[in-house]
Ligand binder design. Structure first.
Ligand SMILES: *[C@@H]1O[C@H](CO)[C@@H](O)[C@H](O)[C@H]1NC(C)=O
Length: 371
């Protein structure tokens, strides 16, 4: 059994504080939904009224969480009522309710691990609810975020888009000892670094013989907080390198960097139409779920897909979408006196009025972050 940091418990409490009320339907457990070697639980929220060929969002909980906790603590059920899609909340079968993202089985297409059971839920939803196979999306927080990346890597043919809240690259949290649901400190602490080419090989090895190409995954969006001490923010860079490699983008050269997007203090880097990284300044391991942004990214509501901040009003209170050069080399920073940004904290950029000095040992680099 893995050891679970206490910080993950705090995450549970925060997410539980959001109560769901006034829904049109209830959360239902589904059994016998197909191949499910590790006995993953399947819970479904299907609004009273759904659209023809409804979209499906697979929403995956964090360690210590449950399907019920993510149902009440995330915005997807309410958004499903408004927009007529279905939400599936998988429930982890593992002690401590982290997801197995470490074993060879789960890191292999149809390999018999937790990922296999979740993939079966997608087939079930298409067959049983008439869900649109071209509008199946996946998202999750923390351990669920890790699983989101793993599902995109192991089942690229199933998922059209993903949003990842505080995860690690697929294949980063491996256990060299074959452990199921193992904790991997070196990955968590941001000590695992690979090139885009290396990560691409890791991903492709999870579905050997797959010739369909990865364009079936239309879009991957990765959020991470700059002061996350559970899964260090270096992991965002590895996730970006991984998917940039798959999509053929340059992880070192975003095509666009949007400050204060989608929220004040968040920096969105766009690497191409299929990949965005969002660094949340001074946010810890719990990056608040941006439900409306997710729906835009998935294409369920207009605006946002492909990085165009067009369409409906962005969810954030401030959304100046200033485009800055991808390689902003800052000159001597001038900002509020004595105000220092932590490592990976924002330190500049067009319109930035916060701290412009970097913590000792770091300098203000591209993406206007202290590195
Ligand atoms: C943790 O994962 C990395 C790959 O990301 C691997 O090199 C390392 O051996 C793993 N640690 C353990 C204890 O398995």
């Amino acid at each position: 059994m893995a050891a679970f940091p206490r910080t993950l418990l705090a995450l549970t409490l925060l997410l539980w504080s959001g109560l769901v009320s006034g829904l049109t339907s209830t959360l239902q457990q589904v059994t016998n939904f197909g191949t499910n070697p590790t006995n993953v639980g399947m819970f479904v929220y299907k609004p009273t009224t759904v659209t023809a060929k409804p979209a499906v969002i697979i929403a995956i909980h964090y360690c210590t969480g449950t399907a019920q906790a993510y149902f009440t603590g995330s915005p997807y059920a309410q958004l499903a009522d408004t927009n007529g899609f279905i939400v599936i909340y998988p429930s982890s079968p593992n002690s401590g309710t982290c997801w197995d993202v470490s074993s060879k089985a789960t890191l292999t297409h149809n390999g018999g691990g937790d990922s296999n059971g979740i993939a079966s839920m997608v087939s079930y939803a298409i067959a049983t609810y008439g869900a649109d196979p071209t509008r199946i999306f996946v998202t999750g927080s923390s351990s669920g975020a890790m699983m989101t990346n793993v599902l995109c890597a192991t089942y690229p043919e199933l998922f059209r888009a993903a949003t990842v809240y505080s995860g690690v690259a697929a294949g980063c949290f491996v256990s060299n000892f074959g452990g199921v649901d193992a904790w991997n400190s070196s990955c968590a602490e941001g000590q695992v670094s690979a090139t885009s080419a290396q990560w691409t090989s890791v991903v492709r090895a999870m579905f050997p013989g797959y010739t369909g190409g990865y364009p079936p995954i239309q879009r991957v969006q990765e959020y991470h907080g700059t002061i996350d001490t559970t899964l260090l923010p270096e992991n965002l860079g590895e996730e970006i390198k991984e998917w940039a490699g798959i999509f053929g983008y340059n992880a070192a050269a975003p095509t666009q960097v949007l400050q204060n997007t989608p929220l004040s203090g968040y920096t969105k880097s766009i690497y191409g139409p299929n990949l965005q990284g969002i660094l949340a300044t001074n946010v810890g391991h719990t990056v608040p779920i941006q439900g409306n942004e997710d729906l835009k990214w998935f294409g369920i509501i207009p605006g946002g897909a492909g990085g165009t901040p067009a369409g409906g009003a962005p969810a954030g209170p401030t959304s100046s979408t200033t485009t800055v050069a991808s390689t902003t080399t800052s000159s001597a920073p001038t900002g509020p006196t004595g105000c220092v940004s932590a490592e990976f904290g924002q330190c500049g950029g067009s319109g930035w009025t916060g701290c412009k000095l970097c913590a000792t040992g770091t300098t203000c680099q591209e993406l206007n972050a202290c590195e």
